[in-house]
Unconditional design. Structure first.
Lengths: 637, 494
């Protein structure tokens, strides 16, 4: 399966071509080249997926790890070296298919959405760079390769968030995204340093083999502050994942990242890059499970809290992209929780499977939601809910596809989200009641805020629009991806995922736990019903409820003031109390000492230079006086 | 003539031609030809070196030759190279080459380039020498032209800066001279040759205890060792573009190279015993420089403090005394040389047009000068360690290498040094965000032109080198790593 290399080479090549020669091309040509290239890439990924899942992937019953390409890129020590290669196993192949699909949809969609923007060529070049980095990340054969591509997706995300670089808010959002995730990556890097020092390898295959035997053995006994070093290493690696996947409290960059063009939010900040953290934990799952179960528990609780926290904020937001951003945070947290509560092997590993399953379905319906939102924004030229309403009459395709996605995310059968979310809840049900009931409540909140969003855009009174700004359905380049993604959002839940993906790579069977399913459907329907009552028609009731909640509502509206805390921390603590004093110290103390030295030298030179006056009488006088002094000294001592 | 001597001979020939030249055209022709010749020479030498290396794998240095020129003190003109010197020679020739294009329109061009060539003589001579005294002589040759280049062609407080830079570096060389004399006499005053001293003679430990700090400090001042780094911000800020490039790109590397080649190679016992003192200082340099850079408002100051941080990492890695970290140190020298030269080239370009280096007075340059701005972003990304560019491979080699020292002291320092990757991101993105992005700050900037062709040559050349190293690091890393072995053997022997 060496041709899988093409999946990586193609986008990189596109990036070079569009980046270097893009300015010489017509924008349209650049867009078409980019899209066609991504199309080829997607076809290739499907071929790989087909071949893997239906022909070569299984050895006996077990899914195996295939490494068609691998070469040494940089050697550090006798044992440690960075390899670049392609690792094919169920989760990476699944990710290849997801990434190329969503990326292709976004490429097509952007032909319409970004039409006429300055920097169209740059946009496509950066999309290619992102696709390359993301694909490289998921097929990484070793943790350092993953780190390399991890940084690359970070930078492509930075450049795309800041795509409208003349807009100060976009610039600061991109900066924030990069710095927050960089901070998290510091943890990732230190984690890698610790892990690789003890295990003497970066290789995923070696790390996870035989129930992560290598890790459990090589860390024997080392502790730091009461926790084993393995726990530290894996917790720090999770910190990197938490940064990228926007787990509390490192989530603050994601809502701001919505400053980027909407298709970018769909691709990077909903479907692919933000799940990299989940993917990382899944990739190292046996290591977490056997060497640091404490960290998995931590992951479960961090995820649960984040899911609830983000859902509460999402209810209050009025910018449609921010609602979706918080919903993304909440849904990714679901995936994290699923990994956190999962056991290893067979049906016990349900959580692992559910996490990947939700990642898969979420990619489609969340990308659809973002692209739908983009279509709306394209029509009304605003992100604010108050500027929308009644749009179902003007935008039928967007309306229907958006509704499908909302049903999917609300977990209504037979839409895809139901199946994956149900598995997550089932995984948490037996052993973790607190987590289960929290997630269950969050499912209700999710259904509620998504349908609030839907009604506020497409229903909610008879808003009329002025004649020359009449909203209209988007062009086919934008409508077609919506329809395709809607089809995926409906049917992707029917895939028997457990047959393909499992924690120990052995296929198993799942069945719907009807107790959990009815609980989850119940809460989902309730959420939708409440939203229908409140938002189907325009009324004052939502405002009254918000009023009655008082402080809680205001806190949620301001995202619990975390952005303010971040501003205070960077501007006041880092800038004013650390950097300024250091710079002052450098100028006045360190440099002052150097200047002082020079000054002293000069002054002492000044004070003795009078001796060299050139007056012979003075010299003679000193000569005589000196001779007398010496004579006296010699005589009397 | 030995091929290595050509590196010194070519700039000298250039000086002669410059004396005879008339008019700007001739001067430029001489400079471009000469600099290209140096570039070709470096490339040829690399190829020859790799060939010769496979032919004689055991030799420590290749192309060795020696001519005695002051027999009573055993001073000889001895040259020889290993992988590390090759890397440094290549770096120097790239920067000398691009520097010529960055000083395309200079006042008093003839005099300027005369000093420029003399500076190159010093730099190249230093890297090929393996005789302590000759090395020191070339070191001094490189320092003196700096004073005039900054003092005459500089901007701002140029006299003050030139004086400060020269005096502080001279102070460093006083220690250095002391160290060299110490090495010569305590090793039995038989030879000034590095290889002879290292392999056949021995400096007793009680003498190493004072010679090592003197030598390390002497070179360390040039490598911007905290707290002797303050010449760097003022010096860079006042220096003309190409001089900043050469200075930060190559001259500061003399410090790291010297620490490596003289201080640690000849006195491994002392390095092992006393290294921790300097390790703390360099650890401070790394984060301290980065934090200082965050609040600067002058582009050159930002870059100068960033150099303090990055060069601190070089010395830091050298003192980790293991093969990976030392390899990383040399890679970091290369990487920092290239990217900082690119930075200074672009800052010069921007300053030449906007007449300000204050980041608060600029904005939205991306729209006005797209080429220069994109190059600036690339330089920034290299500096904050983006994979695919040179900074990443160098820093990662250093961090992995440093972490192999398993005791808590080294661990903690390594983790502190790692933190610099976040702070670097802060000041780089702050600068880029302020000057390149956002709305145009000053109406007068709207009609400014993008980079001229000679400036494009300079920037593109450096970017190609940065990307080449970042994409294919194993060539450089392998060559360097092999040359570290002799030092590792000496360290293992104690």
């Amino acid at each position: 399966m060496e041709y899988s290399l093409f999946i990586l080479i193609a986008p990189f090549f596109l990036f070079l071509v569009l980046g270097l020669l893009g300015m010489k091309m017509q924008p349209k040509v650049a867009g078409i080249i980019g899209t066609a290239g991504m199309g080829l890439c997607a076809i290739c990924a499907y071929a790989v997926a087909y071949q893997y899942f239906f022909q070569t992937g299984k050895a006996g019953e077990e899914w195996q790890q295939l490494i068609p390409v691998n070469f040494e890129w940089l050697r550090f020590t006798e044992y440690l070296h960075i390899d670049l290669g392609i690792l094919l196993d169920p989760i990476s192949v699944m990710m290849l298919a997801v990434i190329t699909t969503v990326s292709l949809m976004v490429h097509i969609y952007s032909l319409g959405y970004m039409h006429g923007e300055t920097g169209f060529q740059r946009y496509y070049a950066l999309l290619s760079l992102f696709s390359f980095s993301m694909l490289g990340l998921v097929v990484a054969t070793n943790i350092f390769q993953m780190y390399i591509f991890w940084e690359l997706v970070g930078v492509s995300s930075y450049s795309l968030i800041g795509f409208y670089y003349t807009k100060p808010s976009a610039v600061s959002a991109s900066k924030k995204a990069f710095i927050v995730t960089r901070f998290a990556d510091l943890g990732f890097l230190i984690g890698i340093l610790i892990l690789s020092y003890y295990t003497k390898t970066f290789d995923f295959g070696t790390l996870t083999a035989n129930h992560a035997e290598l890790v459990t053995n090589s860390f024997a006994g080392g502790t730091f502050m009461g926790l084993s070093l393995a726990t530290w290493a894996l917790a720090l690696i999770f910190m990197g994942g938490a940064g990228k996947s926007a787990m509390f409290p490192l989530h603050i960059w994601l809502p701001d990242a919505m400053e980027g063009p909407t298709p970018v939010s769909a691709l990077i900040h909903a479907a692919t890059m933000v799940v990299a953290g989940v993917f990382l934990v899944a990739r190292l799952f046996p290591v977490y499970f056997f060497a640091a179960p404490d960290v998995l528990t931590l992951i479960a609780y961090v995820g649960t809290f984040t899911a609830l926290f983000a859902a509460i904020i999402a209810i209050t937001q009025t910018d449609i992209k921010r609602v979706l951003a918080f919903s993304t945070i909440s849904q990714i947290a679901y995936m994290m929780v699923a990994l956190g509560v999962s056991d290893y092997g067979g049906h016990d590993g349900l959580g692992y499977m559910a996490s990947m399953f939700h990642l898969f379905t979420h990619a489609f319906f969340k990308a659809l939601l973002f692209l739908g939102a983009g279509s709306v924004i394209h029509a009304v030229h605003s992100n604010e809910m108050s500027q929308m309403g009644n749009l179902r009459k003007y935008m039928p395709v967007t309306n229907i596809t958006f509704a499908i996605a909302c049903l999917a995310i609300a977990g209504i059968p037979p839409f895809s989200g139901f199946f994956s979310k149900d598995e997550i809840l089932a995984a948490a049900f037996h052993n973790h009641p607190l987590i289960f009931w929290t997630l269950w409540a969050v499912a209700g909140l999710t259904a509620f805020y998504m349908w609030r969003l839907y009604y506020c855009i497409f229903w909610n009174g008879n808003k009329t629009y002025s004649e020359h700004h009449k909203p209209h359905e988007s062009p086919w380049t934008m409508a077609v991806p919506l329809i395709i993604l809607a089809v995926f959002s409906v049917f992707s839940g029917l895939i028997p995922f457990a047959g393909f993906i499992s924690s120990d790579n052995m296929p198993f069977h799942t069945h719907i736990d009807w107790l959990v399913a009815s609980l989850s459907i119940g809460i989902g329907v309730t959420g939708i019903a409440v939203a229908t009552v409140l938002y189907l028609r325009k009324s004052n009731r939502p405002a009254e409820i918000a009023q009655s909640l008082g402080g809680l509502y205001r806190a949620a509206l301001h995202k619990f003031y975390l952005d303010e805390i971040w501003m205070w921390f960077t501007q006041t603590v880092i800038f004013k109390y650390i950097c300024m004093p250091i710079a002052w110290f450098d100028r006045h103390i360190i440099d002052g000492a150097m200047n002082g030295l020079a000054w002293t030298t000069q002054k002492s030179a000044d004070s003795v230079k009078g001796l060299q006056s050139g007056q012979v009488q003075f010299y003679a006088w000193v000569f005589v006086a000196g001779s007398v002094l010496i004579a006296v000294l010699v005589l009397f001592l | 003539m030995n091929i290595l001597s050509l590196f010194v001979a070519v700039p000298i020939v250039m000086i002669v031609f410059l004396f005879l030249s008339k008019g700007m055209k001739q001067i430029r022709a001489i400079m471009v030809t000469g600099a290209s010749a140096l570039l070709v020479l470096a490339a040829t030498l690399t190829v020859l070196f790799l060939k010769e290396r496979t032919a004689s794998p055991d030799a420590e240095m290749l192309f060795v030759s020696s001519i005695s020129w002051f027999a009573p003190l055993n001073i000889a003109y001895s040259v020889g190279v290993d992988g590390i010197s090759i890397a440094m020679l290549a770096l120097a020739s790239i920067i000398v080459f691009t520097g010529v294009f960055s000083s395309w329109n200079m006042d008093m061009a003839k005099e300027y380039f005369l000093w420029y060539c003399l500076l190159s003589v010093g730099v190249f001579g230093f890297f090929i020498s393996i005789d302590l005294f000759t090395m020191f002589m070339f070191y001094e040759i490189a320092l003196i032209p700096m004073y005039l280049l900054i003092g005459l062609w500089g901007t701002g407080k140029k006299e003050y800066s030139a004086m400060k830079l020269t005096l502080m570096l001279m102070g460093g060389s006083a220690f250095l001279l002391l160290g060299i004399v110490g090495i010569y006499y305590t090793s039995g005053h038989a030879s000034m040759n590095l290889l002879d001293i290292a392999n056949h003679l021995h400096i007793p430990y009680e003498h190493q205890r004072w010679i090592f700090p003197a030598t390390f400090l002497g070179f360390g001042v040039l490598g911007a060792l905290f707290p002797f780094h303050t010449w760097s911000p003022d010096g860079h800020a006042s220096a003309p573009t190409a001089v900043s490039m050469l200075h930060a790109g190559v001259l500061m590397k003399l410090g790291g190279y010297g620490c490596f080649r003289v201080a640690i190679y000849l006195m491994p016992e002392a390095a092992h015993e006393l290294g921790w003192i300097f390790l703390i200082l360099t650890g401070i340099s790394v984060v301290y420089g980065a934090f200082s850079a965050v609040v600067q408002t002058d582009l050159k100051y930002i870059n100068a403090y960033s150099s303090v941080s990055h060069c601190g990492l070089v010395l830091f890695a050298i003192l980790m005394l293991n093969r990976t970290a030392m390899t990383g140190a040399v890679m970091q020298m290369l990487s920092h040389g290239l990217m900082t030269a690119l930075f200074f080239a672009l800052i010069g370009l921007i300053y030449g047009r906007t007449h300000t280096r204050d980041i608060r007075e600029m904005g939205g340059l991306m729209k006005i000068m797209p080429f220069a701005s994109v190059c600036y972003v690339i330089a920034g990304l290299a500096s904050l360690g983006l994979p695919g560019l040179s900074g990443f491979v160098a820093e990662m080699t250093i961090f992995i290498g440093s972490f192999q020292n398993a005791d808590t002291f080294h661990r903690v320092l390594t983790i502190i040094a790692c933190c610099s990757i976040v702070i670097t991101a802060v000041y780089i993105l702050r600068t880029v965000g302020k000057i390149l992005y956002g709305p145009v700050q000053n109406e007068h900037h709207l009609h400014l032109t993008d980079a001229a062709w000679y400036e494009r040559v300079s920037a593109a050349g450096l970017i190609v080198a940065i990307a080449a190293m970042g994409l294919y690091p194993s060539g450089v890393s392998g060559m360097i790593s092999r040359s570290v072995i002799p030092i590792m053997e000496k360290l293992a022997g104690i």
